[in-house]
Write a new protein. Sequence first.
Length: 68
Amino acid sequence: MCMFCAAVPTVATLGLAARAEQQRKVKEATARGEPCPRTVVSAGKATAAALVAIVAVAAVYHTHVSSV
């Protein structure tokens, strides 16, 4: 398994953990009556972007490796 293919489950797991942490912080802030913490990019969107990038790079890598 190439390094890009091996990175897919790692990125997905870390993204899910980050999303859960982000949701926990929002829930806690709401329970305390404080405004929700502002984020530049949600963890879900960042994870999706990283996964798309890794899959695209893996596709290019496997296309060029198989043609050599």
